[in-house]
Design a binder for this molecule. Structure first.
Ligand SMILES: *[C@@H]1O[C@H](CO)[C@@H](O)[C@H](O)[C@H]1NC(C)=O
Ligand SMILES: *[C@@H]1O[C@H](CO)[C@@H](O)[C@H](O)[C@H]1NC(C)=O
Ligand SMILES: *[C@@H]1O[C@H](CO)[C@@H](O)[C@H](O)[C@H]1NC(C)=O
Ligand SMILES: *[C@@H]1O[C@H](CO)[C@@H](O)[C@H](O)[C@H]1NC(C)=O
Ligand SMILES: *[C@@H]1O[C@H](CO)[C@@H](O)[C@H](O)[C@H]1NC(C)=O
Length: 493
């Protein structure tokens, strides 16, 4: 028999256990910060495999990536293949259009073109083409890796790039950005290589930009197709090398794009952004590639590493990286690396927990995974991780032309932002803590709550209760270990 007192103690204890809630107060700024350009990811190297999947799965995948019911990406990065000469992994050896100078095989790379067409058909507004290596005939080692750009070939290389872009634009695939040297700091050797790559020393990069620009100009495309450079692997390399090549070609570059494989601290990221702003004030910087880190929701343990972690903790860690670029650095655009990956590190047909459980053998480099043995197992399932659902918040609500509205207030976290359009606000707020919290928020104009979507350990972009306003401020509940987007119309209810 339970006494009255112990029953009451139990009641008090359960209140304590169920509602240990903290609160964060903030105000949405009346003044916009940056205008967003897009949220995207790369079409490497999975098109090689996914092209072989049944048409229904290819369609489903395209919808998962490119439609608003899926990620709702606004940018897709198509890899112009170099032919994979000396690349040992056939999945990472995309075919090349290049036959010889001015001669092309436009039937090559049906795999990559299929998904580029899907992106275009779904209305993805921005299509970036990027290159890991020039065609083998043009590189120092006559291979697609373990070599370097050759001085004096800038115009030949640029002509090839411009020919490829203008061909596919004429076919309706409106590529509007070109990145002619992805990670020029690495040749990805020794041979046989795990992927394509071409070293372009800092002192050669201006020739590449000049060659591509001139060739685009010859086709009247120099104002239509923006050149992105230089996709340095890390912010530290980008900061150190820019002075060597960038000043002489700054007017020919559309934006300064970088990877963040050094997983920079906030201070290092700000140092990079401020250095570029000071030296090249007319150009935006943005994130064009990241993957492959373990680590937990609050950012602890992040850094380049193998290991597969499909769980909410790691997905929130990656969401925190997006917030770092958008909120801390104020950048307008974000691309993840390979949207789809076969690096599960386990066999989903022999283990029912394979796709949902962390393991040390795989890589956290995708958002959707597939069975690397699909050709023998005929397993054409797609395995969607928490990273897909957290990235969907950005893909669905951070649209080109929308603007970031900073949140102000002494306890505001970097993991929160408001996004405005002329008629709406979306508030993306992450709670990386193991206790629930409430964001108490005021707006500079009248708003009416319209929706809310939450991703947590147990929810995948689930519709949840909209924000409420019992008194002055709006209350936005932030469940433990979650990312929630609250939507509002800019009108009184
Ligand atoms: C062009 O590429 C396609 C697809 O890989 C291939 O089947 C065909 O043989 C190539 N044609 C030439 C002339 O190389
Ligand atoms: C490409 O592979 C061939 C054959 O193994 C080798 O002789 C050559 O050196 C390699 N090229 C480069 C650039 O590594
Ligand atoms: C290539 O050209 C750059 C710029 O003129 C020069 O600094 C560099 O030494 C050259 N590299 C080679 C291998 O000739
Ligand atoms: C698409 O794939 C996802 C992930 O495997 C699955 O949940 C969904 O049912 C599929 N949809 C269709 C229409 O096949
Ligand atoms: C998470 O915990 C940190 C440290 O206690 C705190 O500053 C932050 O406001 C919390 N976040 C939320 C959303 O409650």
């Amino acid at each position: 028999m339970v006494s009255q007192l112990s029953r009451r103690l139990c009641a008090i204890a359960s209140v304590f256990v169920l509602a240990p809630s903290t609160a964060v107060a903030a105000a949405v700024s009346a003044t916009p910060a940056q205008t967003f350009l897009g949220v995207g990811g790369s079409g490497v190297w999975w098109p090689h495999d996914l092209f072989n999947f049944p048409e229904s799965v290819r369609q489903n995948l395209s919808s998962l990536l490119f439609s608003q019911a899926g990620l709702g990406l606004s940018n897709y990065r198509y890899n112009i293949g170099g032919g994979g000469v000396n690349v040992s992994n056939p999945v990472r050896a995309p075919e090349t259009f290049y036959v010889s100078a001015g001669v092309y095989n436009w039937s090559a790379d049906p795999q990559g073109i299929y998904f580029l067409k899907q992106a275009s058909a779904h209305g993805v507004p921005s299509l970036t083409a990027f290159v890991n290596s020039a065609p083998a005939a043009l590189t120092s080692g006559h291979a697609s890796c373990n070599g370097a750009f050759v001085n004096g070939t800038g115009l030949a290389y640029g002509t090839y790039i411009a020919d490829v872009i203008s061909h596919w634009r004429a076919a309706g695939l409106m590529i509007n950005f070109i990145s002619p040297m992805n990670e020029p700091d690495n040749n990805f050797g020794p041979s046989p290589c795990g992927q394509e790559g071409m070293m372009v020393s800092a002192n050669q990069r201006a020739e590449v930009i000049n060659g591509v620009y001139s060739a685009l100009q010859a086709k009247g495309l120099q104002n239509t197709v923006g050149i992105l450079a230089d996709e340095s692997s890390s912010l530290s390399l980008a900061t150190n090398e820019a002075a060597t090549w960038l000043p002489s070609v700054i007017d020919k570059v559309a934006a300064l794009v970088h990877h963040t494989y050094d997983f920079p601290s906030d201070a290092s990221y700000l140092a990079y952004v401020n250095s570029m702003k000071t030296r090249f004030p007319s150009k935006a910087t943005w994130m064009s590639e990241i993957c492959c880190s373990l680590g937990s929701a609050n950012g602890a343990g992040r850094g380049w590493s193998g290991g597969y972690d499909p769980t909410i903790g790691n997905a929130l860690m990656f969401a925190g990286l997006v917030f770092q670029s958008f909120v801390l650095a104020g950048e307008p655009h974000y691309d993840f690396w390979t949207l789809v990956s076969n690096q599960l590190g386990c066999s989903p047909l022999t283990s029912s927990t394979c796709a949902t459980t962390p393991n040390a053998n795989g890589w956290t480099d995708g958002m959707i995974y597939y069975d690397s043995s699909y050709s023998t197992t005929k397993n054409y399932n797609l395995y969607v991780t928490k990273h897909f659902w957290t990235y969907k918040h950005f893909g669905n609500f951070v649209k080109p032309g929308s603007q970031r509205r900073p949140l102000t207030g002494s306890d505001v976290q970097q993991y929160m932002m408001a996004v405005s359009t002329p008629t709406t606000y979306s508030v993306l707020a992450m709670n990386p803590n193991s206790t629930a919290s409430t964001l108490s928020l005021t707006f500079p104009d009248a708003v009416c709550a319209t929706g809310a979507f939450r991703t947590s350990a147990g929810e995948d972009f689930a519709a949840v209760a909209v924000a409420t306003r019992p008194a002055g401020a709006w209350l936005l509940p932030l469940a433990a270990m979650s990312l929630t987007t609250f939507t509002f119309d800019r009108r009184a209810c």
